[in-house]
Design a protein around this ligand. Structure first.
Ligand SMILES: NC(=O)c1ccc[n+]([C@@H]2O[C@H](COP(=O)([O-])OP(=O)(O)OC[C@H]3O[C@@H](n4cnc5c(N)ncnc54)[C@H](OP(=O)(O)O)[C@@H]3O)[C@@H](O)[C@H]2O)c1
Length: 406
């Protein structure tokens, strides 16, 4: 991709007027207003960024609706952004409103197309979000506002019913597990349901679980604030109080098929990408979901012995850095809880060496690891967790016990 921007070289008050050309030559005028009384000849550079985002997501929505044979009549995407106060001023928050019209549109499908663009395909909104701006999508179909994540309120209604008919009867309360589409997360969902928990599995990819103690998998991308807030609102609206959160979502590197990089070869893009999920996502999810916690609840953060000082190595550097941050965050959060006289237990965990996509050479199965982990959340173990609040626990595979190491 290649563009050129040219200055028109006009005198004041038109001295901030430009035109830009792309490779194929179609030009646009760009202007920054220099005098309140002059008429702007084109958008300013940041308006172009917003226009680019609105157009990029529009392309996704139009093409997905076409594929779904939805009779789209019109689509307008409006973006309204606030900026930070100091230079360089960047976008802080942006509301992106999709206005869709068409006869006999299937609302679920329209919402799904918007979701797909926002979560997966729209590269411009992904770039803007990576800069720290929170983009909130809103959807109007034939002038009626529709909740993007649950357009017919069907998930909310199902959740209400499940809470009243199933969850309430589970002796160990409700556990929410992040990153439960596969690996340790999926095994935890199944095992905890057998052990008397009502389970809320959350993931980016939908998974079908068979046990009635498990609610359907709820969408949560821990690296997207909009997704965290949406889930929190759904749970809060239905009066969900959580007994346990297991922050399991994690990645090892930008490319799941490539080995993570060594310390001195790290690129900041790779490092940021891993931090986005393993640290920022985990902390943001935690701090937003704290409001949903029972006052004697427990929050467990999946870390790894690869984050320990004693296991220092220059290999797999971004993963190690993030997992060390997780251990530290659990400690700091527990210190604050103590100061505030709160009895929520916090811990970071190493689950052992578990055979999964992330660790194909793991020594134990996901089922075994879920079984081991459940021991940590029995009432017998709670006193130990509270006494060592914020500590890092490792499952010792030879002695078959949990050891508090930091
Ligand atoms: N396996 C081990 O030996 C081992 C050892 C120590 C620690 N751990 C930790 O245990 C956790 C689970 O690991 P695993 O081995 O089961 O790995 P895995 O099989 O790769 O599973 C990772 C899970 O995290 C989810 N995930 C990734 N990015 C996410 C995001 N942005 N939002 C929500 N979910 C996201 C993935 O779901 P989607 O990609 O489908 O969304 C997947 O369900 C990780 O935190 C890992 O660091 C594992």
């Amino acid at each position: 991709m290649k563009i050129k921007a040219h200055w028109y070289a006009r005198p004041y008050p038109h001295d901030w007027e430009f035109y830009a050309e792309c490779d194929e030559g179609a030009n646009i005028d760009i202007a920054v207003k220099n005098d309140p009384d002059i008429k702007k000849i084109g958008p300013n550079p940041k308006e172009i960024v917003l226009q680019g985002m609105a157009t990029c997501t529009s392309v996704d929505v139009v093409s997905s609706l076409n594929k779904m044979r939805q009779p789209l009549h019109s689509l307008v995407v409006e973006c309204e952004a606030t900026q930070t106060e100091t230079h360089p001023k960047v976008f802080k928050e942006c509301i992106m409103t999709y206005k869709v019209t068409g006869e006999n549109l299937n609302i679920e499908r329209v919402a799904h197309c918007v979701q797909l663009s926002y979560t997966k395909y729209c590269g411009v909104s992904a770039m803007i979000e990576k800069s720290g701006c929170h983009v909130t999508p809103k959807l109007f179909v034939n002038e009626r506002e529709v909740p993007i994540w649950d357009p017919e309120e069907s998930i909310s209604n199902k959740l209400k019913k499940w809470l009243q008919e199933i969850a309430i009867h589970q002796p160990r309360g409700i556990v929410l597990i992040t990153g439960s589409s596969r690996g340790i997360g999926a095994a935890l969902v199944n095992y905890f349901a057998e052990k008397g928990f009502a389970v809320l599995p959350t993931s980016r990819n939908k998974v079908i679980f068979e046990n009635k103690n498990i609610f359907e998998s709820l969408y949560l991308d821990v690296s997207k604030l909009g997704s965290i807030l949406n889930l929190k609102n759904l749970l809060q609206k239905n009066g969900v109080k959580l007994n346990l959160i297991i922050q399991n979502a994690g990645i090892s590197s930008i490319d799941p098929n490539a080995d993570d990089l060594n310390a001195l070869n790290l690129t900041m893009a790779d490092l940021r990408h891993v931090y986005e999920t393993n640290v920022f996502g985990l902390i943001e999810t935690n701090n937003i979901f704290m409001e949903l916690m029972n006052k004697d609840g427990t929050i467990a953060f999946m870390s790894s012995t690869m984050g320990q000082v004693v296991r220092d190595s220059y290999l797999n550097a971004s993963y190690r850095l993030t997992k060390r941050s997780v251990i530290q965050f659990a400690k700091q959060a527990a210190l604050q809880l103590k100061e505030e006289n709160k009895e929520i237990a916090m811990l970071s965990i190493h689950p052992g060496s578990v055979k999964t996509e992330l660790n194909p050479n793991g020594r134990i199965s996901v089922e075994q690891s879920a079984k081991n982990m459940e021991l940590l959340f029995t009432s017998k173990f709670r006193e130990k967790l509270i006494q060592n609040n914020g500590s890092f626990w490792i499952f010792d595979e030879s002695d078959h016990i949990w050891k508090c190491v930091e």
